[in-house]
Ligand binder design. Structure first.
Ligand code: HAS
Length: 552
């Protein structure tokens, strides 16, 4: 049974909107920091009041990469669960507890960064050390998200009990996969924060095990990028087909792609550490192979989206080789913004494959190429899809309508974003290939010819960054309109249906014991021996406990 045709009760809508308010407030703050950064790196502008470059870089990364994403994802996923399997009073209470825990944690971390006590960037690599409140704040954000995880699990469980033998709604299944991945992955960062960083920042431990902390971070850090991506895939698989007037391409294929992402997204963290000493090259190689496995579900996604576009267009009667393409709803921002996101993922994904290719990684690692890569993936593919979702989700929650004027502004916003990001990300990729380092502001230092060449690319990035900031202001305007001022009305919550003659989905795809079991087995295979090695060879005093095997 699907509950999608009922409108959310006010109590539920208020909950989901609270997550959206934090999302768009974060967009404004984080975006402003991005603008300041690109201006500062252009060499044409000095940061006012002696503000430290690393303070704004940390605010930018933490607020956009960790806060905006997590609040949007948790809020959107709660809305999807509410729509497909329902939300009880008790579950709503837990969802609010999740929200407030995450918000308190965010405020704690944000304050420490803003007062300059946590210039440690969003990866908070040791031996950079922040105020303990920064790590405690991050731990609270994670704990809050875990409350959301178990509430979502419970929502599906209760629905299953009430609907014995029925397959779960596709979107609810996808949410549970994403939350299972998030929970398993965030255990790594939680251990690192609780066992290594907090005791060290409080002064209880004299030193910290740098390699162990980085390894635990990247055990979490790569699935983190899929935690951002999967809600976009939810929209591509199960929402966009409805918007373009079509049906689900294949329920089974969509579930299989999500399962593969769960299996292969975690045991691959070493591809961020390919240049690091202390990890046996054999294990790096194994994780590179697993990284290539995680590309497969994205290729499946590309295939099935193309197929959805074509079959829908042909069914609607559009003739010729490309008639189906020409007649896609280009004027509908709910489709147009995510579509541009999909196109950006073609070079974004190709760049990821370059990064993952062991030898090529040594060319681009720690260069601004990597920054270019993630501005295409998270800051274009994912964010434009989130915007595409917000255009219908926000008015649906506030009982308003996406008017033709706001729709047009959304199209303009998407074009501004595309232009700004093309300039900024392309120049980052080129500067990276010329060896330009990431995370450094050398624009005020005299340098040779090479530094001058890098700075000329940074000037282009400032132009792109300024255009993007205009895009952010426009998006905030549209959000405020949709939240408070657009005319009252009914906005559809689009969920695609299956073909009437669709093949039944194999039951095995919902065998959670099997998939979680394989996930854990793969993680144990990819991490156990290298972790034992790392701990066994750690420097004296760098661990808060005695290691029974003894150091060599
Ligand atoms: Fe990545 C670094 C490898 C995907 C984000 N990545 C990063 C960092 C971030 C990030 C934030 O192996 C920096 C971390 C830091 O601060 O150090 N990445 C990959 C690989 C993939 C990948 C193999 N990354 C992402 C996604 C991200 C993201 C997604 C965010 C959401 N990445 C790396 C590696 C590094 C890295 C190394 C470390 C580099 C270093 O040395 O530091 C793959 O998942 C990509 C697979 C994707 C595809 C594309 C499929 C295309 C689709 C679109 C279809 C379009 C249609 C429309 C249908 C194969 C699905 C078309 C219509 C038309 C008409 C054209």
């Amino acid at each position: 049974m699907m509950l999608k045709n009922y409108n959310f009760p006010k109590k539920d809508a208020r909950l989901y909107m609270s997550f959206m308010y934090v999302t768009f407030a974060s967009l404004l703050v984080g975006g402003l920091m991005g603008l300041l950064q690109t201006l500062s790196r252009s060499g044409e502008f000095q940061l006012p009041f002696g503000i430290n470059y690393y303070t704004i870089l940390t605010v930018h990364g933490v607020i956009l990469g960790l806060v905006l994403t997590t609040f949007f994802i948790v809020g959107f996923q709660f809305a999807l669960m509410g729509k497909t399997v329902g939300l009880s009073d008790k579950q709503r209470k837990w969802a609010w507890i999740a929200f407030w825990t995450m918000l308190v944690g965010t405020i704690m971390a944000a304050v420490t960064i803003l007062i300059g006590e946590a210039n440690v960037l969003y990866t908070f690599y040791a031996p950079l050390r922040a105020h303990p409140a920064f790590y405690i704040g991050l731990a609270l954000v994670i704990v809050g998200s875990w409350i959301a995880v178990f509430t979502n699990f419970r929502q599906l469980y209760v629905w299953k009990k009430a609907n014995p033998g029925q397959k779960s709604p596709l979107l609810a299944f996808m949410v549970v996969i994403n939350m299972a991945m998030w929970f398993i992955a965030s255990l790594g960062v939680a251990i690192s924060v609780l066992v290594l960083f907090i005791p060290w920042s409080l002064g209880y431990a004299a030193t910290i095990n740098v390699l162990l902390s980085r390894t635990l971070f990247w055990y979490f850090g790569h699935p983190l990028v899929y935690f951002w991506l999967l809600p976009a895939y939810m929209a591509w698989y199960a929402i966009i087909p409805k918007i373009i007037g079509g049906k689900l391409f294949s329920d089974s294929l969509a579930r299989m792609a999500f399962i593969l992402l769960l299996l292969f997204s975690i045991p691959v963290g070493f591809h961020h550490q390919l240049t690091e000493p202390g990890i046996d090259p054999t294990w790096k190689f194994i994780q590179v192979v697993l990284t290539f496995m995680v590309v497969i579900p994205s290729l499946m996604t590309a295939f099935s989206i193309f197929a959805t576009f074509e079959t829908t267009g042909r069914r609607l009667g559009h003739k010729g080789l490309f008639g189906w393409f020409k007649n896609l709803p280009w004027g509908d921002v709910r489709f147009f913004a995510p579509f541009v996101g999909m196109v950006a993922f073609i070079p974004g994904g190709a760049g990821g494959i370059v990064n993952a290719s062991h030898q090529m990684n040594s060319l681009i690692h720690n260069t601004i190429w990597v920054t270019g890569h993630f501005h295409l993936t998270i800051a274009t593919t994912v964010i434009l899809t989130y915007f595409g979702i917000a255009y219908w989700l926000v008015p649906h929650l506030t009982g308003r309508r996406l008017t033709p004027r706001l729709n047009k502004l959304g199209i303009i916003q998407t074009i501004i974003w595309t232009v700004g990001m093309t300039i900024m990300s392309t120049s980052m990729h080129i500067q990276g290939l010329l060896g330009g380092p990431r995370r450094s502001d050398f624009s005020n230092y005299a340098g040779g010819e090479q530094v001058q060449t890098w700075i000329s690319y940074q000037l282009a990035q400032a132009v792109g960054g300024t255009i993007l900031f205009i895009g952010i202001l426009l998006m905030i305007y549209i959000f405020i309109q949709l939240a408070f001022f657009a005319p009252k009305g009914v906005q559809e919550f689009p969920i695609a249906e299956e073909e009437v003659d669709a093949e039944p989905t194999p039951k095995i795809l919902e065998n959670w014991y099997l998939w979680i079991g394989i996930t854990i087995a793969l993680i144990l295979f990819a991490y156990t021996i290298p972790m034992i090695d790392i701990i066994k060879h750690s420097p004296p005093g760098s661990l808060p406990f005695d290691w029974p095997i003894g150091r060599s």
